[in-house]
Design a protein around this ligand. Structure first.
Ligand code: NA7
Length: 550
């Protein structure tokens, strides 16, 4: 239980609290972490900037927001009863249903009583002397905890527009990452949207039928595959529940934690053109990420990848009637999958509507945002509404926005000046007792996030139980283990085509951010084995110690 600390006579009472563990963020990671800590009898408290649970699915309420992993796979596995009671309505759940699910979990496990909402953590510093973390909220509260778990999300720090004139627009400005809760009526409006990642593509597809005119400002075309979303077949649910244990185990040992991806062995270059086409077609018809796993070498061999690029290019040409528009929509400068592939519901089709206009920013760059719209090199677009769908400062942004200081006052953002370094994506040398959930250096965004969140939360929980049993108070990654892991993460990435695109995986979408490949691409199953082996081997690569001030 928290200990309330009193203020001296005449002093303004400063709110303070002490817990075993402070958890930052009440998304799927923070919620499960809290549940686990409670189950272990530890005092834990969650601080959340939003007014409710759900993280990504709390904030991203833009029209058409939808998960790109099959619903039953993108859900918690830790409670069979939860799985049995919850009914997903669609193959790919939409944001309102995901948020409902998050709220259902919060209710079911009575989580809210240990969550402070509308509270942002602004600073967290490690006190070398006491061995405790001192955490500050934007309400001026100070919290002390031995352990600090950053469940801050990989895509939670939205970018702010860095376009000249941004802010001068006098119409309605919206951002997909902070869409108004009450929704927005765009019917009949002249709408401009900047950005064609997942958020942009889902928004464009959904609003195109309603708006008056839609101007899509595209800097880089994205690979996008059909979701073939539909109401979830009850037979799929029954099969999932009947084989739950097997499927969950398969997820945990697989490469990305998504069974529907169905990776196929063999090279795209070694089969006949007919067989290759058949495989691509079957996967396009199935929908979702499985297309990228059609052959083993699609992610590692540019020649194999080019065959898939050609296949998708022809699909786009087949859908989009205007040949000039079709060519502009075809990604031609980077391999398939090197930027996050979008899973859409009729995206390319919207360009056949008379009211949808594609503006290729490579041909006609934006010169400035004006009070009435957007000025490109070719002319002015008058708008009623301007939507930014420009992405996130991924993986490190949410942590950078907190003033995190480890031993000797070292700032995390300074330590990460040349790119994030971690041991296993779980801890950072010099920052004892601070855990990251799905941090850089772990499979995170290259895997099923729910599965990777569970893996990290369970590893951290087991670790804390072990430390408690051994009366160890401090765990810290060694600089040597950290350096070795970072080298391994880089080495594995270098064997892939990921480095051939300017993606947010590399930090390339944020001006000035070091170009470092952040997620671990060696496979979620392999990674899990490594984490388990480290724990079994007396926390190899970590330094364990007992402080005087337990
Ligand atoms: P993304 O995937 O980073 O997409 C952002 C888009 O915005 C992308 O098309 C960018 O073009 C574009 N962008 C960003 N800044 C600008 C400027 N200044 N001018 C023009 N265009 C710009 O973010 P999302 O929110 O769509 O998706 C993030 C993830 O969430 C997604 O991958 C899923 O995992 C869920 P660029 O490609 O940089 O040329």
């Amino acid at each position: 239980m928290p200990e309330a600390k009193g203020a001296g006579a005449g002093e303004k009472p400063a709110k303070t609290a002490t817990y075993d563990i402070v958890i930052v963020g009440a998304g799927f990671a923070g919620m499960y972490m809290l549940h686990k800590m409670r189950g272990m009898g530890l005092s834990a408290h969650v601080y959340e900037a939003g007014s409710g649970v759900g993280g990504t699915w709390f904030w991203n309420r833009y029209p058409g927001a939808r998960v790109d992993v099959e619903s039953q796979e993108y859900s918690y596995s830790f409670s069979p009863e939860l799985e049995e009671d919850w009914h997903w309505s669609e193959r790919y759940a939409a944001q309102p249903e995901l948020l409902k699910y998050a709220n259902h979990v919060a209710d079911r496990f009575d989580l809210r009583r240990d969550i402070s909402f509308n509270t942002r953590i602004t600073a967290a510093s490690y006190d070398d002397h006491t061995g405790l973390w001192r955490i500050i909220t934007d309400h001026g509260e100070t919290i002390t905890a031995r352990f600090c778990v950053m469940a801050t999300g990989c895509l939670s720090a939205a970018k702010t527009p860095d376009i000249p004139g941004a802010g001068s627009f006098t119409g309605l400005t919206l951002s997909t990452a902070t869409w108004p809760t009450e929704g927005v009526d765009l019917s009949g409006k002249r709408v401009g949207i900047i950005g064609t990642g997942s958020s942009g593509i889902q928004t464009i597809t959904t609003i195109a039928p309603d708006v008056g005119e839609l101007y899509v400002f595209q800097r880089t075309p994205n690979f996008s595959v059909p979701a073939h979303n539909h109401p979830l077949d009850p037979a799929v649910r029954e099969d999932w529940l009947a084989n739950r244990e097997t499927y969950r185990q398969q997820q945990r040992t697989s490469g990305v934690g998504i069974l529907a991806v169905s990776p196929r062995e063999g090279s795209a270059l070694e089969v006949s053109p007919e067989e290759r086409e058949r495989e691509f077609e079957a996967r396009w018809a199935k929908g979702g990420f499985c297309l990228g796993a059609a052959f083993q070498d699609v992610g590692t061999d540019r020649a194999a990848n080019d065959l898939l690029v050609d296949f998708v290019a022809n699909k786009i040409r087949g859908i989009v009637k205007d040949p000039d528009t079709a060519e502009k929509l075809i990604p031609a400068t980077y391999p398939y999958g090197a930027k996050r592939v979008v899973v859409d519901t009729g995206y390319f089709e919207v360009y056949n509507q008379d009211n949808v206009h594609l503006i290729d920013l490579n041909e006609t760059p934006i010169e400035t945002i004006t009070p009435t719209g957007i000025r490109t090199r070719e002319g002015d677009y008058e708008l009623d509404v301007l939507i930014y769908a420009i992405g996130f400062d991924a993986m490190t942004g949410a942590l950078d926005r907190i003033d995190i200081r480890g031993r000797d006052g070292q700032r995390l953002s300074e330590k990460w000046n040349a790119g994030p370094v971690t041991y296993l994506g779980l801890m950072v040398a010099g920052f004892p007792n601070m855990f990251l959930v799905t941090g850089p250096g772990s499979p995170s965004v290259l895997s099923n996030m729910l599965m990777s969140i569970e893996q990290h939360v369970e590893w951290i929980s087991d670790c804390l139980r072990d430390l408690g049993e051994r009366q160890v108070t401090t765990i810290e990654a060694t600089p040597e283990a950290e350096a070795e892991w970072v080298a391994h993460v880089n080495e594995v990435a270098a064997g892939t085509l990921y480095l051939q695109a300017n993606s947010w995986y590399l930090g390339a979408n944020v001006p000035g951010k070091p170009r470092v490949f952040m997620p671990y691409v060696g496979g979620a199953g392999t990674y899990r084995e490594k984490c388990d082996a480290v724990a079994a081997n007396d926390y190899e690569g970590f330094r364990l110690s007992r402080s005087e001030t337990r």
